[in-house]
Design a protein around this ligand. Structure first.
Ligand code: DX5
Ligand code: ZN
Length: 218
């Protein structure tokens, strides 16, 4: 029921193949891949060629989080690279509904993300179209930031709306998720937990994933 998705942003970029393989062996459910373009967020990470290279080292779904402007330009490339889930930011899409269906037509799960400063209402009209809503629990761009507690109310609101229009909706949280915050977000209605620092920053990844999962299932 709860999905734990370690974020590669905190992994060793010179050893991504080994890092994803270890995350899989340590009990991860999905691998979260943060794509940043230096425009939508003040950081630059990786593109489709690295996603493709990583996909050869794991059988887990690759959960691709696009923090890029006009993501419709790259959906097909990330799908071809092996993405299983593609999430776009509502703030980055003028034609959000069209982009979501572009993802679904390629046979992938479609997610829509919102920043901490964006109200839940921004995604209300597409709730029935998406497989997942990603509620950012930090401002995107960097790993290792502190969880923003005000996002809990937004998670609750989206879960309540989803119960009416899309009961199977996954709600993902990303940023500052660790053993200490996992119970809070799960209680609010989140069921996909991204964790960067709290997994790849620890030497025992099996214990890290298990403790986040246990806290979420409390
Ligand atoms: C932030 C990224 C996150 C990041 C989370 O912009 O979207 O996926 O890796 O890192 P932690 O879990 O360390 O806050
Ligand atoms: Zn992310």
């Amino acid at each position: 029921m709860i999905i734990i998705a370690p974020s590669l942003l905190s992994a060793d970029f010179a050893a991504l193949g080994a890092e994803v393989a270890e995350a899989e062996a340590s009990g991860a459910d999905w691998i979260h891949v943060d794509v940043m373009d230096g425009h939508f967020v003040p950081n630059i990470t990786l593109g489709p060629s690295i996603v493709k290279a990583v996909s050869a080292h794991t059988s887990l779904p690759l959960d691709v989080h696009l923090m890029i402007e006009a993501p419709e330009r790259y959906i097909a490339d990330f799908a071809a690279a092996g993405a299983g889930v593609i999430t776009v930011h509502a703030e980055a899409c003028i034609h959000l509904h069209r982009v979501i269906h572009q993802i679904k037509e390629l046979g992938l799960l479609a997610g829509v993300a919102i920043n901490p400063g964006t109200p839940a209402a921004a995604i209300r009209e597409v709730l029935m179209d998406v497989d997942m809503v990603l509620v950012m629990t930090v401002n995107p761009g960097f790993g290792g930031q502190a969880f923003i507690p005000a996002t809990l109310r937004k998670i609750r609101q989206i879960r309540q709306w989803a119960n009416e229009v899309n009961p199977g909706l996954r709600i993902e949280v990303d940023g500052g998720i660790a053993e200490s915050t996992a119970a809070l977000v799960a209680e609010a209605g989140a069921d996909v937990l991204v964790a960067g620092n709290a997994v790849f920053g620890r030497s025992d990844r099996t214990a890290a994933i298990a403790s986040i999962r246990a806290a979420a299932n409390e």
